[in-house]
Design a protein around this ligand. Structure first.
Ligand code: ATP
Ligand code: MG
Length: 592
């Protein structure tokens, strides 16, 4: 490809709405252009990279048992009603009524569609397992589209869905998909971590996310110092607190509960300031309710944050939401901000107390009376730690200073690029995806699903590879492998040498771009840095006069460049191409 015949609209200015490097650089290098909030055109350069990422995804899916299909983007809302997700996805779905009055949805994902296909086509265990995948556009009316293609309203997803007769078969495909994902991200040069993710709300039984660390990421990744365990914050467990050997003795020494007046002082900080106590000496009581009105009281230490993803399965009452004001007033007998655990077990459906609270000698908590708190509240004495409705469990977020399995926990921000998920029978049961087993008995298919955000691969690769001058692409998804820059295009000898090397590389199957624009060298070098092609051959007048050109890697400093003869340039570039691909062939990381 010749630059003069290509469209690479580079820009100097950093776009005002681009907060993170990948977004800024994709715009500045002319890879993408914004159409409207959360929608982007992939320009010729960007589309080349995206196609390469897609092709790697496709190759690995094919190599790991995936069968590519193409499902419609237009989906009938009726299908979504059958699984109840018309309600759950309502806000994020892009939907419209057609001329016949039927509601349609632009695919936000495709579990319903693929399960309806399996319901129609799978009859026997002999057809299982199958794993259907596609690479296609998805639409989500995200609350806050941002970071360019990282969180857009229209994006490209590789979505795969597997169907199984047995749990063992699901496990096998799940492992295979994890392995394929490691290879995909390795080959794309994206540095990732695999973390345990919450699967509660989706009703599955196993879920891992592939995360790229990035300071702008919206997820918090928690890892043990030795790197042996990683999880999303929603899921990350913490070690049990050390229980003071003298705990019982100390508790006996605590005086009776004492009510103190705290007029309009409801928040933890305010109470601490008012009573001159520390958050770690407070017990925070939160009241939740499910859709049927069952009430759950959760108690965490004042310096801890409740984790709803941990609480929900432990409470065992389905989806929970923070109770409304009326419920709080009814349950606690006080206005919002003054609830305490005392006497709650008798009044509500479940009381869940965090381990750290159960290990306190005593603490301060709401008095279940407006404008009042109580001091000297002793767990086990002033509120129950056991009983039919009471459980002590890990229901808080991990935080700085916590350990898991004795290892210090470390925190970083990340972006999810992929997700593997054991779905179970949630969709197959509702949509009738059944088969006859070996004994002729009807069974419901067991499912898994596996997603990758293909656009996010590009953005994540840039987040992991850029400098002050522009992008530094991994070769596998760079728009071109080699850039030949003719510095003095108006000089026939230079233009001729550049063209010759370009043709040799093309003939050898190398993906090469020739910068044949008649322009100042400085401008060309700036553009070259910006678009980040990994191998660069610079053909200039002085070198050509000596029969030489300069070769360097985009990631290296100028002083690492080498001079080679014009005749050897193409061969040397090919060696470098091989070397750079070789670097991406890391051993796939094992996942169990
Ligand atoms: P997130 O928590 O980031 O919103 P998600 O859990 O909603 O992601 P999934 O439903 O699992 O995402 O979708 C599969 C993959 O699609 C994700 O791993 C992610 O890489 C990608 N993806 C999801 N939403 C978007 C989006 N708005 N823009 C770009 N890619 C997305
Ligand atoms: Mg989402």
């Amino acid at each position: 490809m010749k630059w003069s015949a290509f469209l690479i609209p580079t820009v100097k200015e950093v776009p005002a709405d681009a907060e993170i490097p990948s977004h800024q650089l994709m715009i500045r290098s002319g890879m993408i252009r914004k159409l409207a909030s959360g929608t982007y055109t992939y320009m010729p350069l960007g589309w080349r990279s995206l196609r390469k990422a897609m092709e790697i995804v496709r190759q690995e899916m094919d190599a790991h048992g995936g069968l590519e299909v193409s499902m419609p983007i237009l989906q009938p809302m009726e299908l979504w009603s059958q699984t109840g997700r018309d309600v759950a996805f309502e806000e994020i779905m892009c939907s419209f009524k057609d001329r016949h009055g039927r509601m349609n949805v632009l695919a936000p994902t495709a579990e319903e569609v693929v399960t309806s296909i399996a319901a129609g086509e799978v009859n026997s265990y002999k057809q299982l397992p199958i794993n259907l995948y596609q690479i296609g556009s998805k639409f989500r009316d995200e609350f806050r589209p941002r970071f360019g293609v990282l969180r857009s309203r229209e994006f490209l997803m590789k979505d795969a869905y597997s169907f199984h007769a047995t749990l063992e078969s699901l496990d096998e495909t799940y492992r295979l998909m994890s392995k394929a994902y490691c290879r995909i991200f390795d080959r794309c040069g994206v540095d990732y971590v695999v973390v345990e993710a919450d699967s509660g709300a989706m009703g599955g039984s196993g879920s891992q996310e592939f995360m790229v660390t990035c300071s702008a990421g919206e997820d918090v990744i928690v890892r043990t110092a030795d790197g042996s365990y990683g999880a999303n914050l929603e899921k990350a467990p913490v070690d049990l607190p050390d229980v003071d050997k003298e705990l019982e003795t100390k508790r006996i020494g605590v005086g009776a509960m004492e009510e103190v007046s705290t007029p309009n002082v409801g928040t933890i900080e305010d109470v601490c300031a008012f009573l001159k106590t520390k958050p770690a000496e407070m017990m925070k009581t939160l009241i939740y309710a499910n859709a049927d009105g069952a009430v759950v009281v959760a108690v965490v230490r004042g310096d801890h944050e409740l984790n709803e993803f941990k609480l929900t399965p432990i409470a065992g009452l389905g989806e929970l939401e923070l109770a409304d004001e009326a419920t709080i007033v009814k349950v606690s007998g006080a206005k919002v901000g003054f609830a305490g655990p005392m006497g709650m077990a008798e009044k509500v459906n479940k009381v869940v107390i965090d381990h750290a609270v159960a290990a306190m000698v005593s603490g301060v908590t709401g008095a279940n009376k407006s404008d009042a708190h109580v001091k000297n509240v002793v767990p086990g004495r002033d509120f129950a730690l056991s009983g039919d409705k009471v459980v002590v469990a890990d229901i808080r977020n991990a935080m700085e200073g916590d350990t898991y399995k004795g290892q210090a926990l470390q925190f970083s921000r990340g972006i999810e690029v992929g997700h593997v998920f054991k779905l179970g029978t949630k969709y197959s049961a509702k949509l009738g995806a059944k088969f006859l087993d070996e004994n002729g008995a009807e069974q419901v298919c067991i499912m898994g699903c596996y997603g990758i955000g293909v656009n996010r691969i590009l953005a994540a690769a840039i987040e992991g590879g850029y400098d002050e001058n522009g992008i530094v692409w991994p070769i596998s998804i760079a728009p071109f492998e080699v850039l030949v820059t003719s510095v003095n295009q108006d000089d026939d000898a230079v233009a001729g040498a550049a063209e010759k090397i370009y043709e040799q590389l093309r003939a050898a199957g190398v993906d090469v771009l020739l910068d044949d624009r008649v322009m100042r060298g400085g401008v060309k070098f700036k553009d070259a840095d910006l678009i980040g092609v990994p191998i660069r051959i610079t053909v200039g007048k002085r070198g050509v006069d000596n029969g030489e050109v300069e070769i360097k890697l985009r990631r290296d400093d100028r002083d690492k460049s080498e001079n080679v003869t014009i005749d050897k340039a193409a061969d040397r570039a090919r060696e470098l191409v091989t070397m750079l691909y070789g670097e991406l062939g890391r051993e796939s990381r094992r996942i169990d």
